[in-house]
Design a protein around this ligand. Structure first.
Ligand code: B12
Length: 277
């Protein structure tokens, strides 16, 4: 049973207290309940609850998103997994949980690094907490979000000579979670391999990350080779990574730039709309 909005009509009433009815079940290892009210139009959801030592308490979506964000900032995988289970139990949309909760926490870590307040090991451990929670949230996604074939195919990689992949992996998670079929070539992906895999999988979008000014030309090379081979029109090219800018992407003849993982999803959707007319 997926309950998202107040007002959703629910069946399977389990028990009744005074004028209210409660529906109880275990979701992702968490016992949760929904408070319902019978009206002449049907049975409506009034509130969602999670049990705590026998007591019911209400947890709003914003509290849960804050917990997810905090777990990544605390670099705590166990906390992140627990918060993911709470999100599922409370009926929070898994994509919202990833985007507004976990990814927001990752952004904090990235900002802290830039300010000299966090260091590489912290970023790596925070990314692990992010991934641990995503694995749980993915299982709770409705079938239409998991139906990858509907949204489009994307070849994702970090350019040749560049081994940074934390951000690329977040982009992968967000794209997959949004219904795209993602072929991940990993990091330090050879330019010719990118072209050959794009053809092999007949992808719609080629998406490359570069994290160093010295490796950004790897993005330009992909566009140049596609042009040389006369197949530039067969693929949309999207690029990103911390040193990359919209101006750079325009200069090298790319189709889209995204600053963050959630923006990458929006841009990929827009590119697919262009492809499908
Ligand atoms: C973590 C890190 C490492 C880790 C990487 C671990 C890993 N598995 O990724 C390790 C320690 C291995 C490492 C190694 C090196 N690093 Co380093 N590293 C970083 C650091 C601190 C953080 C990068 C990161 O993960 N950020 C967090 C993620 C979430 O952000 P993000 O990657 O930008 O991703 C977001 C967006 O860019 C976007 N995005 C990402 N990918 C994509 C893809 C597409 C298609 C799109 C649309 C969007 C998109 O969405 C993401 C989420 O919102 C940066 C500093 C920085 N501020 O960037 C330096 C940094 C990138 N590294 C740097 C350097 C120099 C190196 C080394 C050369 C160091 C050395 N002397 O050995 C080596 C590189 C070796 C190589 N050949 O690649 C420099 C690069 C300088 C430059 N020339 O531009 C930086 C900037 C540090 C600095 N200030 O000097 N590094």
């Amino acid at each position: 049973m997926h309950l998202k909005n107040d007002g959703d009509i629910i069946q399977n009433i389990e028990y009744q207290v005074n004028t209210y009815r409660y529906n109880k079940k275990t979701v992702g290892g968490v016992i949760c309940s929904w408070k319902l009210q019978q009206t002449q139009n049907g049975i409506y959801l009034l509130d969602k609850y999670k049990t705590n030592g026998g007591e019911f308490y209400s947890m709003s979506q914003s509290e849960i998103l804050a917990k997810l964000k905090n777990a990544v900032e605390e670099m705590d995988s166990e906390l992140a997994e627990a918060a993911a289970k709470e999100a599922i139990a409370a009926g929070v949309d898994p994509l919202v949980a990833i985007n507004d909760g976990l990814a927001a926490g990752m952004q904090t870590m990235s900002d802290l690094f830039d300010e000299g307040e966090a260091f590489v090991p912290q970023l790596v451990v925070a990314a692990e907490a992010f991934e641990a929670a995503v694995a749980i949230l993915k299982d709770a996604m409705p079938q239409d979000q998991r139906d990858k074939s509907s949204k489009g195919k994307i070849l994702l990689y970090t350019v040749q000579g560049d081994i940074h992949d934390i951000g690329k992996n977040i982009v992968k998670t967000m794209l997959s979670a949004s219904g795209f079929e993602v072929f991940d070539l990993g990091r330090d992906a050879a330019t010719l391999e990118v072209i050959s895999k794009a053809k092999e999988h007949n992808v719609d979008i080629i998406a490359g990350a570069a994290l160093m000014t010295t490796t950004m030309p790897g993005q330009r090379d992909v566009v140049s080779i596609l042009k040389e081979e006369g197949i530039r029109d067969q693929f949309k090219c999207m690029f990103g990574g911390a040193p990359v800018s919209p101006e750079w992407v325009e200069k090298i003849g790319g189709d889209a730039y995204a600053e963050t993982a959630s923006e990458a999803v929006e841009k990929a959707k827009a590119l697919m709309a262009e492809i499908r007319g």
